[in-house]
Write a new protein. Structure first.
Length: 137
C-alpha cells in the first residue's frame, strides 16, 4: 500500500462525534491536572548527584569500585611502622677513623691543603738505558 491509497482511505472514513459527557469529563480532568501541575512544586526534585551520574551510572559505579580496590591494596601493602631502637654511641676508634676519612675526603676535593712530603726531590736521571756514544769526526 502506498501513501496515496492510505490518504484516500482516510478521506473516506467518517468521524464520529465524541459524546458530550465524555468530552466534558476529559476536558475537566485535563484542566484540573494542568492547574495542579502549574501551582504544585515538583514532588521529587532531582538531586545534583543524580544529574551528575545520569549519563552512565554503570561507568561511575565501575570507577568507584576500581578506586576502592586501589585504596584497599594500598592500605594492605603498607609496611609496618619501624620501631625506634636506641643505638649505642660509636667507639673512640670509629670516631678517629671517621675523622681521618673526612680529612682525606676534604683533601681530595681540594678544600684542605695537602701535607708536604718529607721526601727530597732528586735530580732527574736518564730516561733510557741506552749507552751514550759520541763520535768526534
Amino acid at each position: 500500500m502506498n501513501s496515496d491509497d492510505f490518504e484516500k482511505r482516510i478521506e473516506r472514513q467518517t468521524f464520529h462525534k465524541v459524546p458530550e459527557n465524555w468530552r466534558q469529563e476529559i476536558l475537566g480532568a485535563a484542566k484540573t491536572e494542568s492547574v495542579q501541575r502549574s501551582f504544585a512544586p515538583n514532588p521529587q526534585p532531582t538531586s545534583w548527584w543524580r544529574e551528575l551520574l545520569w549519563p552512565c551510572p554503570q561507568a561511575w559505579t565501575g570507577l568507584a569500585a576500581v578506586w576502592i580496590v586501589i585504596l584497599a591494596t594500598s592500605f594492605t601493602a603498607r609496611e609496618p611502622k619501624i620501631k625506634m631502637v636506641k643505638v649505642p654511641p660509636p667507639s673512640p676508634e670509629f670516631r678517629i677513623a671517621m675523622k681521618e676519612q673526612r680529612r682525606l675526603y676534604l683533601e681530595l676535593v681540594g678544600l684542605l691543603p695537602r701535607e708536604k712530603e718529607s721526601i727530597q726531590p732528586t735530580a732527574p736521571g736518564p730516561r733510557s738505558k741506552r749507552d751514550e756514544d759520541f763520535q768526534i769526526v
